[in-house]
Design a protein around this ligand. Structure first.
Ligand code: HCB
Length: 212
């Protein structure tokens, strides 16, 4: 089967909100395509479409929850075939999490997995993470970078708060900050003084390699 058809099948399976369909399509694609490509151009593309349909009132929250659940199962299946990252030589230490008040963690988790698989040591704090926890964890593990995800315009401020607290603690120059999530942009990153913005997980890996 050609690449586009395989990826479309994965995306459409996410849009159908059916876990068994997603697993079936991912299993098929896995035989021919790298896991990173299936995640970004299949699963994530499908989830973006779910977001659009939700906005248009064509899908409702229970559908979104089912699609999210189905997508996570697909990502999990693919994680098994991703490299674990070298044990001896780490490219750098990164703390990553979703800001306080925000439960969206699919994209953040993909970023963590891809960073890990690229050779970074990653501490994923999960979702709904209080500002202070990012900094305390970064101190504890001597992180070179903090990654902050926010998926809502209402929680985006949390990214600025992490940067402001880093400054207050006199640690801003020691730790790089990466921001991401649907409402974040390059302009926003510059405005709040982040070191970089990453639109997706491959970009997150590229920027982390550049900065660490
Ligand atoms: Co949710 N939700 N949601 N949601 N949701 C959004 C985000 C809206 C935009 C949908 C809409 O209304 N148009 C909207 C936010 C509006 C706003 O900005 N104010 C919204 C809302 C309103 C809500 C609730 C409030 C709904 C309600 O209860 N009434 C509620 C939130 C409660 C809360 O957080 N306190 C809610 C709940 C949910 C779930 C639980 C049903 C589900 C999340 C499940 C989960 O994450 N475990 C969900 C989902 C799935 C979405 C949409 C449809 C998709 C998000 C997603 O997973 N995308 C989303 C629509 C949208 O985003 N346009 C909608 C796929 C991933 C792969 O993309 O962007 O997350 P990503 O991540 C990318 C990228 O951004 C970047 O790399 C990732 C990989 O490529 N990146 C980083 C992300 N983090 C990074 C960190 C880094 O360091 C670097 C790069």
């Amino acid at each position: 089967a050609d690449t586009e058809a395989l990826l479309n099948e994965v995306a459409n399976a996410v849009i159908s909100c059916k876990k068994d369909k997603v697993l079936e399509a991912v299993e098929k694609a896995k035989a021919e395509l790298p896991p990173e490509e299936i995640i970004e151009k299949g699963l994530s593309a499908g989830m973006n479409q779910v977001g659009v349909l939700f906005e248009r009132g064509k899908l409702f929250l229970p559908h979104v929850m089912m699609a999210a659940d189905a997508m996570s199962a697909g990502v999990k299946l693919l994680e098994e075939s991703m490299p674990e990252g070298s044990q001896e030589k780490k490219l750098g230490v990164i703390v990553n999490g979703t800001v306080e008040g925000d439960v969206h963690d699919i994209g953040k988790s993909i970023v963590s997995t891809m960073l890990q698989s690229a050779g970074f040591e990653v501490y994923d704090l999960g979702r709904d993470v209080p500002v202070r926890n990012f900094i305390e964890k970064a101190k504890e593990v001597n992180a070179g970078m903090i990654g902050i995800s926010a998926l809502m315009t209402t929680t985006l401020q949390g990214q600025r708060e992490v940067i402001d607290l880093l400054k207050e603690e006199g640690m801003r120059s020691k730790i790089k900050v990466m921001v991401g999530g649907a409402p974040a942009t390059q302009a926003w990153a510059e405005k709040i003084g982040a070191d970089c913005y990453a639109e997706n997980a491959s970009e997150a890996v590229a920027k982390a390699k550049e900065l660490l």
